[in-house]
Design a protein around this ligand. Sequence first.
Ligand code: CTP
Ligand code: MG
Length: 236
Amino acid sequence: MNIMGKVTAIVLAAGKGNRMHSEIPKQYLEVYNKPILYYALHSFEQSQVDNIVLVTRQEDIAYCKEQIIDKYGIQKVTDIVQGGEERYWSVYNGLKTCRETGYVLIHDSARPCIGIGRINEMIEEVVRIGACTFGVPVKDTIKVVNEDGYGIDTPPRRYLWQIQTPQAFIYKDLVRAYEKMREDCTTDITDDTMIVERYLHQNTKVIQGDYSNIKVTTPDDLDAVLNFFKKNKKSC
Ligand code: CTP
Ligand code: MG
């Protein structure tokens, strides 16, 4: 691999987890006695990334450092930075701390089932082709539904993919896209591939990943994560 510069993972954990309706943010709920955030950090620690930037809420920085990073001996975390009100501001704060890097992988800590092999595969791809993301083909028919609850369009399923994280970019490109986004008053951004599409007019390669790389969003998702770790006998 002709790697130009360091590879940094930005792990996002600054959300409030409103849809989970739990007392503590979902990334700190425990699965097999460890907080959900631990699992993504562990996978990146074991991967070929050079360092990890963790983004959390200000009030959780000490907890993350003491109860996760130090406790489980995670050594690649070089910075813990404060997140923003929206996911994209959390990413932006993470990006600002890694000026010397060549590539960034952005990952939602709410996806604890990401495998080490997949992370390494993504590093190879971003070095080879630039912007890329994991995704899976949708299994259901997807409809556009209007405000009255009527389906008004059915896009052909063969073109529809569910997009996941990690997502990887050439660092300078993503920063350039974010700088353009900052000049715009936008609120509808849900991931970083949208930012490079909109502001750099760049397409992102979608690499087929795993259906098991679920995002913990609502309480039902926790059962799926538990089953995944049970089946895969992940070290606990
Ligand atoms: N995230 C973040 N900063 C934010 C919002 C989200 O770092 N301001 C992170 C979350 O911690 C999560 C990931 O981005 O790991 C994906 O976001 P999502 O699943 O939407 O999590 P939450 O925003 O926490 O949940 P909800 O939308 O239900 O409130
Ligand atoms: Mg959210």
